[in-house]
Design a protein around this ligand. Structure first.
Ligand code: PLP
Length: 673
């Protein structure tokens, strides 16, 4: 099952058991793992319906410790004379239980929180303790600044970061008003830009931060006011998911130079905040493509420490305390979405007309008749050939069928490895001709159906024959995608993995069981929203993006469950209510002494709740149905018992999950071709 690439992107957290199920090892350094399939079965037994988002607390803790360990190693290796902290940007995943975990575990490492808005700051201040530093980014109004400075007054380490000059004016004003000598940071616009999707976060034209000229002017102003010591932190951010370490190196170097120059001009800063950007290797390719990164966390830590150190040492400036705002790298891996497939539609699986029904063996034999004829030695005389073709079953289309349908039949019958590309091309032309005739009113519907069915049968056969070749001709490589099945799964792309839709972000997806069987179906995935965009047709392949995912044929009355990995960063909060599919259930899982424990279950939205978000009141809805039912009773269309059942069904649905109820009826089997 290497086609899922789990050994490349799994990062030690995910693997496959001997029984073909998916294993989760929250702490790869310790024994013990969680069988995801058994866990899901347990949750379903407890009455929880899929889709379910499973959060592995252990992975979250491990991410924090990995980051800390990498920086500790880099600091020790380079004899860097200060420490490192991460402030987790809670915009990446604001769920209380997630932030709570990060605060609790992070506190042991001196980590803190980054807040980018008033709501985030209010949550961070309430969740944190005096030891937990809070860095505030984002645009701020007077109230935001007042809240930050009031928290400073409470003894909290809250550092508002100035994103534009007017914010500094507000900080100084509010500080005077409430009698606090404010401390703050300044975000500088670097010339260095990241690359990829978030490159606009950096560079001269970035939305946030002060230019170097503005920073200098403000420093001079502060020194003049004898408030130079209030400016404590220099911050930059060149974008998220930086795939190429070179970009990070350049940004760190540039920022370090600015830091030492500001220090030389009298700034008394002690913190250098290198922002976010530390990537996640979603596709395991270890390259600088948009879903990957060409460096490790250790390399990142080494670069931050080394470059800051050399620049500071050259300038004889003390090493600053290093801060990073790594969000994605902390949160992505710990959440996994598990969903149930509902059924499948297969492309070109329609049954051929009776006159064209022929088994693969017979087809091969027919091919031999034709191929034999091409081989000099075995050449059949025309009479024998005609005779053999005559007696061959089946006979082909009725005489009065249009010529292109006959041509398609001939192509189907005579296709061999030697001529498949040519035959495939011919059949495309024949199909086009059929469609033109149909549009002109010259081809009856049944002939059109015959033509299409034959065409798809040709494509399937061409694909089968091509599979045996060492090098598949380019034109035939589209066939896997073109003939792929659509597996429908009970989830909303827009709610659970919005970046897949919005920015074509790749997430690893694979079944969580049957992994000891060879998957034989090329598939794309469809969600349950009424939106053609609600599909996934780009996957983590064996080394590069693929257009289909290999899946197993569905078996009657047996669930087939898929998981989407690395959805812990940004996806939950960016998810929307398209078609009113709400939050999924979320479950926190802990591996405790080798035993899998379900720590908490956060129920997903009910139908009534999502309707409430768009101002439908539960009571009014039920009253409206009550009225309609009453009228139907009066008009004698239903009896009282039916009236009661209708209202009960409506109320039950209002209280229920927004997703389809997983019913264990036989799934449809993809047709074998
Ligand atoms: N800090 C700031 C200012 C950001 O805008 C972001 C996100 O883009 C982050 C930190 C988090 O970045 P990442 O998730 O790449 O670590």
């Amino acid at each position: 099952n290497s086609q899922y690439g789990i050994e490349r992107w799994g990062d030690g957290y995910f693997s496959i058991s001997q029984d073909g199920t998916l294993l989760v090892s929250p702490d790869p350094n310790q024994d013990g793992s969680i069988d995801l399939k058994s866990l899901v079965d347990r949750l379903v037994d407890r009455g929880l319906e899929l889709p379910i988002l499973i959060r592995f607390n252990g992975i979250l803790r491990d991410r924090l410790h990995r980051l800390d360990a990498c920086f500790s190693k880099a600091i020790a290796d380079h004899s860097y004379k200060n420490r490192y902290r991460c402030v987790f940007p809670i915009k990446v995943n604001q769920q209380r239980e997630v932030v709570q975990q990060i605060v609790a575990e992070g506190a042991k490492l001196g980590f803190g929180i980054e807040a980018g808005s008033k709501p985030e700051l209010l949550a961070a201040v309430a969740m944190g303790t005096p030891e937990v530093p809070i860095v505030c980014n984002g645009f701020k109004d007077e109230e935001f600044i007042r809240l930050a400075l009031l928290a400073q007054q409470l003894g909290r380490t809250v550092l508002p970061v100035v994103e534009k000059v007017s914010e500094l004016d507000l900080i100084l004003k509010v500080g005077r008003e409430i009698g606090v000598r404010p401390t703050f940071g300044i975000r500088v616009k670097l010339a260095t830009r990241g690359s990829g999707r978030w490159q606009a976060s950096g560079g001269y034209r970035s939305k946030f931060g002060l230019t170097v000229a503005e920073v200098l002017a403000q420093l001079d102003r502060l020194i003049e006011m004898d408030m130079g010591d209030c400016f404590q932190l220099l911050h930059f951010h060149v974008g998220s998911q930086i795939g190429n370490i070179r970009q990070l190196k350049s940004a760190i170097l540039e920022a370090a130079r600015i830091y030492v120059d500001l220090k030389k001009r009298g700034a008394q800063m002690g913190f250098l905040d290198v922002g976010g950007g530390l990537g996640v290797d979603y596709d395991g390719s270890k390259t600088d493509n948009e879903s990957s990164m060409n460096y490790s966390i250790q390399e990142y830590a080494n670069d931050v420490v080394y470059h800051v150190q050399t620049v500071c040492d050259d300038a004889e400036i003390p090493h600053p305390q290093l801060i990073s705002e790594s969000g994605r790298a902390i949160a992505a891996q710990h959440s996994v979405l598990v969903m149930e497939t509902l059924g499948v539609t297969s492309q070109g699986a329609a049954v051929l007309p009776e006159w064209a029904q022929v088994s693969h063996d017979e087809l091969d034999e027919n091919v031999n008749v034709f191929s034999d004829n091409n081989l000099g030695e075995n050449q059949l005389d025309e009479e024998t050939l005609a005779e053999r073709l005559q007696t061959e079953k089946p006979q082909g289309p009725p005489e009065d069928y249009e010529q292109p349908v006959h041509d398609l039949w001939y192509a189907y019958k005579s296709m061999s490895s030697a001529n498949m590309l040519e035959t495939f091309h011919d059949s495309q032309v024949s199909l086009d001709l059929c469609m033109n005739l149909f549009s002109g009113g010259y081809l009856p519907l049944e002939q059109r159906v015959a033509a299409e069915t034959l065409y798809f049968a040709i494509c399937h056969r061409a694909r089968d024959l091509a599979n045996d070749l060492d090098e598949v001709p380019k034109d035939l490589r589209v066939l896997d995608r073109m003939l792929s099945d659509i597996y429908f799964a009970n989830f909303s792309l827009f709610q659970s993995m919005p970046d897949s839709w919005a920015i074509d972000q790749l997430f690893p997806i694979m079944p969580i069981h049957r992994l000891d069987e060879e998957p034989t179906r090329h598939a794309v995935l469809g969600d349950i929203t009424c939106d053609s965009d609600g599909k996934i047709d780009s996957f983590v392949g064996d080394g590069q993006r693929t257009k289909t995912l290999m899946l197993h044929p569905l078996r009657p009355a047996e669930p087939y469950q898929l998981a989407v990995f690395m959805v812990g960063a940004y996806q939950e909060i960016l998810g929307d209510l398209h078609n009113l599919f709400g939050d999924t259930h979320a479950v926190h899982v802990e591996l405790d002494g080798g035993i899998t424990k379900i720590k908490s279950v956060v129920k997903g939205d009910t139908v009534s709740e999502v309707l409430g978000y768009v101002q439908y009141e539960h009571r009014e809805l039920v009253e409206a149905i009550q009225d309609a039912v009453e009228n139907a009773v009066v008009e004698d269309r239903i009896n009282h018992q039916q009236a009661g059942q209708t209202i009960a069904a409506y109320e039950r649905a209002l209280a229920g999950y927004t997703y389809l109820t997983s019913h264990r009826t036989p799934h449809s089997e993809p047709a074998a071709n």
